[in-house]
Write a protein that binds this ligand. Structure first.
Ligand code: ADP
Ligand code: MG
Length: 296
């Protein structure tokens, strides 16, 4: 029979804004010693804003509009926080965007589809380079500079060439640094895990007080990152929000989804943090420890 204390703990969780899949979940929380945190949408708000359009030297004013128009049209079809920022920014500047055919989402890499009769790619450099698009040197340098300043940059290209770089800025959730401090006080080691660029990831990690960073990972490799930590003998909790986090959330000893996140993340997790901030993870771990003390 399920101990009454676990049920009480589950009820208390609901009061704290923590939805628990089953009473037994609290049990597995006890031995957790490592907390893997997804960056975008978990440590940061994920409410990004488009703040720059970089073009190669010699570009015409019409090239800026073309980059925004085509990238915006494609990203309109994606739910990714970067995509939403780009689509909103493009619409604000240009009004209605053209339609897209053959849209494809390359999970953790970007998007592609046909706009204005040409195949357009938006996303990580690796995605565009794999398709053989040339990346002008000056534009590559400007991108690196934006990333060194903590911006997330994605590239836009078509017909054999990278045509522009779009930069978006994200912000920390106000409680993230406090939550990381409290997780440490509970004896847990935080690890930042992200598909984003290494410089951006390190900067965010430094701002919230995380030392261990795993960056530039593809969605399927997020799962491997969790497994690698488990192979070190760690008991791993993972907190995430995205479709790209779902497999890692399911593999972690304890999966915690942001209530503000995607259905895929919520379904893959043991716990949902309704308020969508990291202090909920602190509450969840403290609650399970308190609940289990009552049972012992
Ligand atoms: P995180 O792990 O921080 O939540 P993701 O794994 O979702 O980040 O994305 C990793 C990277 O892939 C992004 O930083 C971006 O460069 C690229 N990317 C993913 N989806 C898109 C998209 N729809 N448009 C542009 N770039 C994208
Ligand atoms: Mg995320």
């Amino acid at each position: 029979a399920t101990p009454t204390a676990l049920l009480v703990g589950t009820g208390r969780g609901a009061q704290l804004g923590i939805l628990i899949k089953g009473p037994e979940v609290l049990e597995s929380t006890r031995r957790v010693d490592t907390v893997v945190l997804d960056k975008t949408g978990t440590v940061t708000t994920g409410k990004m804003e488009l703040d720059g359009v970089l073009l190669a030297s010699g570009a015409q004013p019409t090239d800026r509009a073309a980059v925004l128009r085509r990238a915006g049209a494609l990203e309109h079809a994606s739910e990714h926080p970067i995509a939403r920022a780009i689509a909103r920014g493009a619409e604000a500047e240009l009004g209605a965007l053209p339609s897209v055919s053959g849209f494809r989402n390359e999970q953790g890499l970007g998007v592609r589809g046909v706009v204005d009769g040409v195949e357009v790619l938006v996303g990580r450099v690796t995605l565009l380079e794999a398709e053989g698009l040339r990346f002008p040197e000056d534009l590559r340098r400007d991108k690196a500079e934006a990333e060194a300043q903590g911006r997330t940059a994605v590239v836009v290209g078509w017909e054999g060439e990278v045509r522009g770089v779009l930069t978006v800025a994200d912000r920390l959730k106000p409680s993230s640094a406090d939550a990381v401090r409290r997780l440490r006080a509970l004896g847990l080691e935080p690890v930042l895990l992200t598909g984003d660029n290494r410089d951006v990831a390190r900067r965010i990690a430094a701002e919230v007080g995380i030392e261990r960073v795993v960056a530039e990972v593809l969605p399927q490799d997020k799962l491997d990152a969790v497994r690698a930590l488990q192979a070190e003998g760690r008991v791993v909790a993972m907190v995430g929000d995205g479709v790209n986090d779902a497999a890692a959330l399911a593999t972690a000893d304890l999966g915690l989804a942001m209530g503000t996140g995607t259905d895929a993340a919520i379904e893959a997790s043991d716990l949902t943090l309704v308020r969508g901030d990291l202090l909920g993870a602190v509450d969840a771990i403290r609650l399970s420890r308190a609940t289990l003390r009552t049972i012992k």
